[in-house]
Design a protein around this ligand. Structure first.
Ligand code: SF4
Length: 361
């Protein structure tokens, strides 16, 4: 019988394809377990990301868990105690718990919830993210939301026909979208989802429609994007990987939609006629077709359209112009790399031409 150390090593490596924080990296502990972290993230930045069950009876074509026949699994008690051991040694600050589905979905979902219940009963008050399984019952989703800080169900692809190319078992409307609606009700502002970019051959236009619809209807706090990787022993192992730039561009697009509120109409020109996103910074691409912005009169929304200017910088500029006319970059009251990016897109009152960095020195 494998011990908890061996299980931890295998079941943490099997969970790496779910994204739990932006810009995540992995660190291998001496025990062989993987800890996920992001040096730049505040709060909980050392996450134990682990599967309860390392094998699955579903048939998702890209998924290595499906190919695993080891039957390795934690019981809820084992999982809770193993995590608490790492937490108490300060090796992990939070838990992201997912699972393959080797048998009945309701039973496995019950085990995930039971793991969470044990942790909370043992006094664990730290970060806990629980995956919701496709087809989970509504009462289980509500129960998971009661124990977890965050819950998530991966949408994986853009619609029924695309999902059919990946799985003959999962049903997009029922197992995924219906459950996403229940999740949105059970955990408002505390749920996420993930798309595997390119797994089903979906175009960026389809992804764009899917993402904007999800943000409008399901209100996830964010959407994660993983570039499809053709992993060994999966049904798609002979396919080409999706280039990493494509998921990077989707994170940039996502930011424009989610954080800056760019409209569909504004973003549509970023898609070429064939429905593909260009491999370029989408905000810079849009700005190239716009008139330079005068920081003395620009609205908050207009300032957000300038590459290098985010919400913090835009607010700083609005504050600065209350006390002075902005004639030079120095008057903006902001500095740094963001300003270098912004200057080509700014025009200052009373100046005949755009500002340059020379005017800032
Ligand atoms: S449901 Fe699909 S994606 Fe999830 S573990 Fe099973 S095979 Fe993998």
């Amino acid at each position: 019988m494998p011990g908890c150390g061996e299980k931890l090593a295998k079941l943490t490596s099997g969970s790496q394809y779910d994204i739990c924080m932006p810009g995540e990296c992995m660190q291998m502990l001496s025990s062989g377990a993987c800890i996920t972290y992001n040096q730049n993230a505040g709060g909980c930045n050392r996450m134990l990301k682990v599967l309860l069950h390392g094998s699955c009876s579903y048939d998702c074509a890209y998924c290595p868990v499906r190919a695993d026949r080891s039957g390795l699994a934690f019981s809820p008690r084992e999982l809770a105690e193993t995590f608490l051991g790492l937490y108490r040694k300060n090796l992990a600050g939070g838990l992201f718990l997912s699972s393959g589905i080797p048998y009945d979905t309701d039973d496995v979902m019950g085990e995930l919830i039971e793991s969470a219940r044990i942790l909370r009963n043992e006094g664990y008050a730290g970060y806990l993210h629980l995956k919701i399984l496709p087809g989970a019952r509504r009462e289980d989703i509500c129960e998971a939301a009661r124990f977890a800080d965050r819950i998530s169900l991966n949408v994986e692809t853009t619609g029924e026909s695309r999902l059919r190319a990946l799985s003959g078992i999962k049903d997009y409307a029922g197992d995924i979208m219906k459950r996403l609606g229940w999740i949105a009700e059970a955990a408002p502002g505390r749920h996420t989802t993930q798309l595997v970019i390119g797994a089903a051959g979906e175009s960026d236009r389809e992804i764009f429609d899917c993402v904007t619809s999800l943000y409008e209807r399901m209100l996830p706090s964010r959407i994660y994007y993983s570039a499809f990787q053709a992993l060994r022993k999966t049904r798609l192992e002979s396919r080409d990987n999706t280039p990493a730039w494509r998921s990077r561009r989707w994170y940039q697009m996502d930011y424009l939609i989610r954080e800056y509120g760019f409209s569909r109409a504004e973003l549509m020109p970023l898609l070429e006629d064939c429905g593909t996103l260009k491999n370029d910074d989408p905000k810079a691409l849009l700005a190239r077709d716009r008139e330079p912005v005068d920081p003395n009169v620009a609205s908050f929304a207009d300032l957000l359209h300038v590459p290098g200017i985010g919400t913090v910088t835009a607010r700083a500029i609005l504050e600065a112009r209350e006390s002075r006319t902005i004639r030079t970059p120095r008057d903006l009251g902001v500095s740094g790399a963001c300003l270098k990016r912004a200057l080509p897109y700014l025009a200052f009152s009373g100046t005949a031409r755009q500002a340059t960095l020379a005017g800032f020195s």
